[in-house]
Design a protein around this ligand. Sequence first.
Ligand code: BF8
Length: 645
Amino acid sequence: MSDQYPEILSIECLRVPAKQLKPEEVDQKAEDRALDPATREVLKKTMHEGTETVWDRLERQQPHCKFCSEGISCQRCAMGPCRIMGGDRTRGVCGNDANLIVARNLLDWVAMGAAAHSDHGREVVEAMLKASRGQAPQYQVADEEKLRKIAREYGVDTSLPVAGIAEALALAMLDEFGTIKGRMQMPTRAPEATVELWRSAGILPRSIDREVVEAMHRVHMGVGNEPDGLVMHGFRTSMADGWGGSMMGTEISDVMFGTPEPKRSKVNLGVLKHDQVNVSLHGHNPVLSEMIVKAAELPALQERAKAVGAAGINLVGLCCTGNELLMRKGIPQAGNHLDQELTITTGALEAMVVDYQCIFPTLPHTAACYHTKVIATSPKANISGAMYMEISPENAFEQSQRILEVAIDNYPNRDRSRVLIPERPVDAMVGFSVEAIKKALGGSLKPLLEVIASGKIRGCAGIVGCNNPHIKHDYGHVTLARELIKRDILCVETGCASIACAKAGLMLPESIEHAGKGLQEVCGSLGIPPILHMGSCVDNTRVLNLVAELAREAGVRIDQLPVAGAAPEWYSPKAVAIAEYFVGSGVSTVLGVMPRIGGSPMVARLLTDGIEDRVNAKFWVEPEPKKAAALIYDHIEVRRKALGM
Ligand code: BF8
C-alpha cells in the first residue's frame, strides 16, 4: 500500500461567535434541541467548546424569508427573481402567479428527490452488472434465490449461470431508466385494480429518467401554467422512483449484499470506542461501505491498528449508509441525520467516510476543530476540505484498505483530553425485510391480515424520513411511534425515523410493554418489537412491497387497507418524493413539517382533496405528533369500517 495520501486543503474550524453560555443555558439548549440523552451529552460538550452545529446555523438564519417559506418566490429565469407580494404584485415578470410558482417549485423538489434516490439505485444495478462481467470481482451475488425471483419477474432466462442471470437482469433494469416501452415492471407488483387506478389517474410511470426529465421540462418558464398537471406529474415522477429506481436500489442491494434478517445491534453515539480506531460510514450507497467492512477484517489492517496502540478498528454507521450496514451486518449505528456533526465533536472519530446525500457541507470545518479526517469517495460528491479517495466497484476493495490506513494512521492524533463518548449505547433489533416479516409469520402475510381483521392490531403505519432542526431532534418520530403502538398500530420504520426509535429503546421485543394489549399479544408471541426496522430511505420500497402483498392477500386495492404513512421530521426533497409515492400508491400520509405550498391554497387542495378523488389517499400536515397519531388512528378506523372489519 502506498503511504502517499491526497492533500487536504487547509480549512478553518467553524466556531460559534463568542458568547459565553452559562451551564444552565447549555443544559436548557440541549434539552430544547434533542431528545436522546447521548445526543444531548455530546451536544453540551460541543456548546462548551463553541463548535458550530446545524442548530446554531438555523438560529442565525431566523427569521426565514416568508416568500420562500410559502413557496412563492421564483428563480426560474433571468427576468426575475420574483416574489408574489399581494396588492398589485400578484404576478412575476413573466406573468406567473402564486399557484403556478408553488406548483412548479413542488414539482422541482419531487424531481430532485426522485433523481437522487433513483441515481443511487442505478449505481447499485451498475455494480451488479460489473460484478456479473468479472469487472468487480470482490462483489458477488449474496442472495441467489432473490436474484432468481426478480429475474423471473423481468422475464430473464433463469437457466443461465448466476452471472448470466445477474447480467441480464441488470441490463433489463438499466433499460427501465430510459425505456421506450412506456411501462415499467415493478409497479405490476401491486394488485391489478390498484395499477388500474394509477393508470386512470395518469400517474403510472413510463420510465425513470423520462419522468424526471419531463419534470425539469415542465418547470421551465413558459411550458404549462395549469397547477393540476404539474402536481399530477409530480406524483407520476415519484412513482417512477418508488416503484422503479429506489425499488431497484433495495432489491439489488439485497441480491448483492444479502436480504436483511432480524439481528441485534447497538445505537447512539456511545457505540464509539475509547481504545479503537473509530471510522464512521455516512451517506447512502452500500456499494462502498460493504467493501470497507470487508477490508476492516484484513489481518494486515488489524495489525496496523495494533501498531499505533489501538485494540482494533471500530466501524459505525450514520444516516442511511449506516442503516444498510446495520440491517445486513449488525454494524452499530452512531446516529441519524442531526448526529453527524456530533459524531465528530465527540473527539473520538479518526475518519468519517462519506458517499452522498444528507452530508452537511460543513463537515470538514467541524472536523478541523478536532483530528477527524473527512474522506469523500464519490465523483458526484466532491467536498471541499475533505480528502478525496474515489471509489468505484472496480477498485472498492483496494481503496477501502487505503481509507482505513488513513484512519489508523490518524489514531495517535486523537486528543484524549477532549474526548467524550456517552457511556450507554442502546440495544436494538433491526433487519425486518418483507421476507423476514413473512418468515417470522410462518411464510406468508396471512397471519398479519388475520390479526388485523380480528382487531388485535388495528392497522399499520410507516414512519419514515429525516431529522429537521426546526423540530426537536427525534421528538416527532418517537412521540408518534409511542402514540401509535399504544393504539395497537404496528409501526414499520426506515431512515432516520427508525434510528430515532432505536435510540429511544423502542426497537426491542421488550418494548412491547409500551404497546396496547392486542399488539403486545401479537408481537410478544412472535418475539418481535412493536416497531419494525425496515432499513434505509430507499427501503421505503419495502413498505410499498409490504402493502402490495397485503392488498393482494386481502383481495383489495392498496388504498383500501387500514394503513397510513408519516414523515414527522422530514427535511429532504427525497422525503417529498417518498411522501408523494406513498400517497400516489394509496397510503395517506401525514407530514410533520409544512411543505412550501402555503402560498397556494389551490395546490394545497390538489394535494388533499384533488389527489384523494383520484387515488383515494391524501396528505395531511400536522406538526404535533400526538394529533398526528389521532389522525392516523381515525383514518385506519375509517378504512377498517369500509372493509367491514
Ligand atoms: O435518505 S431519512 S435525513 S439520511 S433523506 Fe437523509 Fe432524511 Fe435521513 Fe437517508 Ni432519507
